[in-house]
Structures are given as C-alpha cells and as structure tokens.
Design a binder for this molecule. Structure first.
Ligand SMILES: C[S@@+](CC[C@H](N)C(=O)[O-])C[C@H]1O[C@@H](n2cnc3c(N)ncnc32)[C@H](O)[C@@H]1O
Ligand code: SF4
Length: 380
C-alpha cells in the first residue's frame, strides 16, 4: 500500500453573479456576458491548479468546492475540465466530495443535470428564504416558487444537497422563521446552513443602515433567532456540528468545510481566493488578486495566482482555536500550545468550554457566545 499523503481540498472562486445582492460583500462582479474574459479566467484557473500542484507535490485530494459568486452560471464543460485536471494533479482519495454553489432560478435548475454529469456530487443551494417578501428585501432574483422548484430538481439529481438560508431579517417573526425552517427541512436536504443576516461594511445594506433606512435586529432578538434555529433543526433531525452548519448525520457533514475548521490544507484558486498550505513543515496563508484581470495576468506571468505568506507558530495556533471551536469537534490542545492557554483562564470560562480527549470544545452554552469565549481565551 502506498503511504498516505496529507489531505488537500481545492477551492475554486467563480466571481460572476446575475446581480449583486445588497447584503453581500464577497468578491463578485455583475455578469455582463464577458465571454472572452470567462474563457481567459477558466484557462487561468486550470494553469493555477498546475502551479499549486508544483508547490504541494503529491497529495490526497478529498474535496473540490466551486464557490462564488455564482458558479452555477459556469459552463458545465468548464466545470468538468477543472474537476478532471484537479483529479489528475492530485490523488483522488475515495469518493472526492465535489460541491458547487447554485442560485435557485429556473434557468439554473435546468442546468443541474449537466453539472452533475460534469462531476458535481453535492449542491449548495442559495435558497435564503421561502418567503417572497423576505426574498424581495434580500434583493434576490428568484421567488419562493422558483426556490421550491430548484430544490425539487436538485433532490432528484444530486447525491447530496445543502441549503443556505438567511434569518434575523428586520420585521421577521420568530414563529414564522421556525415554520419556514421546518418546511425547508421537509423538502429533503441533508444539510442546512442558516446564517444570521450580517451587515457587512461595503455592502449596500451597510449604507442603508448609515442612512437610517434599515434597522438590523438587536443582539437579544438575534440570540433568540439563533436559539430557535438550533431547537427546530435538532427536533427535525439535523445536528449542529458547527455554529451555522447542520447535518442529517455524520456522512452529511461538509468535508470541504471540515478542512477549514480542522486546519487542514486547501488550495485557493481563482480571483480573491484564500488558501492554506503546509510546505516543508511550515504553514502558509495564500491569497490571489481580487480583480479578475489582475488574477489572469499574475497567473500568466508567474504560473500561479497565489502569493504565500508564512504563518508563525502563534498564528497557526490561533487559527486552530478560532476555527476548531466553531465545531463540535473542538480543537486539539496540542496544536494550540503556542497560545499558552492557562488553567486559570480556562476556569473563568467554566460551563462554556470543556477539555475532552485532549481537545478544547465549546459547550452548548458556549457556542452561542463564542465571540466572547474566544475574546477571553485570546486576550492579553
Ligand atoms: C457568497 S454566497 C454564494 C452562493 C450563491 N451565490 C447565492 O447567493 O446563493 C454564500 C452564502 O453566504 C451567505 N451570505 C452572504 N452574505 C451574507 C450576509 N451578509 N449575511 C448572512 N449570510 C450571508 C448566503 O446565505 C449565501 O448563500
Ligand atoms: S449572495 Fe450570491 S448571488 Fe448574491 S451577490 Fe453574493 S455571491 Fe452573488
């Protein structure tokens, strides 16, 4: 048997969106045709994958994730080529999880079968809501009917299906949200990611808050929304294995996201993609240029879009803490030695964190107040 190589995930960023949602601050641009640019970007992504493979050497490929932007707008042939090239550059480890983020419009649902034939086996559907008023407020270009049709099509096509939702919207009632969650769960996804609406600096909603035309829900109500989300999803059989991620059983957990939360390696490819790579025993944060043209230029000049910055022991340990504590797995104490977490400090967080099997884990009461827990653990 060949020796096991360390695991690798691949993140591909596809930045185009049919329109820009007012809450979103991801690295996105309006899709205005741009056929030539998309062709050049796909070529750059393929070249960048090769550049990354030259850097990493042999690895076990466990996951490929097409994120955006809106990768469901990609040409399925390009998706297939990217998957094929990644599978050729590294060693596929069993059934590689291949996820793709999709918006639930009828036009995109009609392409789900082609995306599945291209090699996608897990769809992450950006449903956001099943309420037409909420979808209007969020500036989405689909209504609840289209979202239901899309989940129906996706359920028949993909082996695994995740749904993104946004909650704690101004004026939203807790009861309505609870019912909506139950309905979404009954539509058959094996994974649900409900995100509390955050007002991101730079997004249109932020400007609306500054103008006083949008008033976000306050922290207490936000906490009530979080609690009801946990309770409803647990009742209908979804385990909260991470702060905002709920799975119907261990097999339904996102292998790709687990890479982030466990501090494993992933190559970040495409404009504005981030990565983490362990090279010759040192850990590096990788970044690529946000602008599509700059990314394409850099790949053609340097063979990769990434610049790599070495992380020191404390930075590595801090990332393990911040990411690991989001999950039910927690983070290994041994990997956080550089943080010198003292018994005295941990004891001030009694009931909020525990050490079990050498891992620091946030308890059920600790996870809703994770920001406070992490601030306390990392202060001074
Ligand atoms: C960057 S989007 C990409 C997926 C796809 N384009 C879509 O919109 O469905 C990934 C997810 O992040 C979440 N998201 C983005 N901005 C958010 C915000 N300000 N507050 C809460 N959730 C947000 C949404 O649920 C969205 O589905
Ligand atoms: S939420 Fe999705 S569709 Fe909307 S702008 Fe962001 S990436 Fe694009």
């Amino acid at each position: 048997m060949s020796p096991q190589k360390s695991a690798l995930g691949v993140y591909i960023h596809w930045p185009y969106c049919a329109r820009i949602c007012p809450y979103c601050d991801f690295n996105v641009v309006r899709d205005r045709g741009r056929t030539e640019q998309k062709r050049a970007l796909t070529a750059a992504i393929l070249a960048d994958l090769k550049g990354h493979a030259a850097l990493t050497g042999p690895r076990d490929l466990v996951s490929i994730f097409f994120g955006g932007g809106t990768p469901s707008l990609m040409d399925p042939d390009d998706v297939a080529r990217i998957i094929e090239v990644a599978r050729g550059l590294w060693t596929p480890a069993g059934a590689v999880e291949v996820s793709l983020e999709a918006n639930p419009t009828d036009a995109e649902a009609s392409r789900f079968s082609a995306l599945e034939r291209a090699g996608v086996n897990r769809l992450s559907l950006g449903m956001q809501s099943l309420d037409d008023r909420a979808l209007g407020f969020l500036g989405r270009d689909h209504d609840a009917g289209a979202a239901r049709r899309a989940i129906d099509v996706a359920g028949g096509v993909f082996a695994r299906l995740s749904v993104d939702l946004i909650y704690a919207l101004p004026g939203q009632a807790l009861d309505d949200w609870a019912r909506e969650l139950e309905t979404v769960a009954s539509l058959g996804p094996d994974h649900i990611s409900p995100y509390q609406l955050t007002i991101e600096p730079g997004a249109a909603f932020h400007r609306a808050v500054l103008r006083g035309t949008l008033v976000p829900v306050d922290a207490d109500l936000g906490a009530d929304f979080y609690e009801i989300t946990q309770a409803v999803l647990e009742t209908v059989g979804f385990e909260a294995y991470e702060v905002s991620n709920h799975a119907r059983g261990v097999q339904a957990r996102s292998r790709h996201n687990l890479i982030y939360w466990r501090g494993e390696d992933y190559a970040g490819v495409g404009p504005g993609a981030h990565g983490r790579l362990t090279l010759a025993g040192e850990r590096f944060a990788t970044t690529t240029p946000d602008a599509i043209g700059d990314y394409i230029d850099r790949v053609s000049r340097e063979g990769t879009g990434s610049r790599n910055q070495q992380l020191d022991a404390r930075e590595v340990a801090l990332e393990r803490l911040l990411m690991g504590m989001r999950t039910v797995e927690g983070a290994p104490m041994a990997a956080m030695a550089a943080l010198k977490l003292s018994k005295a400090r941990l004891s001030t967080l009694k009931g909020l964190v525990v050490i079990a099997d050498g891992r620091l884990v946030a308890t059920r009461s600790g996870r809703p107040v994770l920001d406070r827990v992490l601030a306390e653990l990392t202060s001074g």
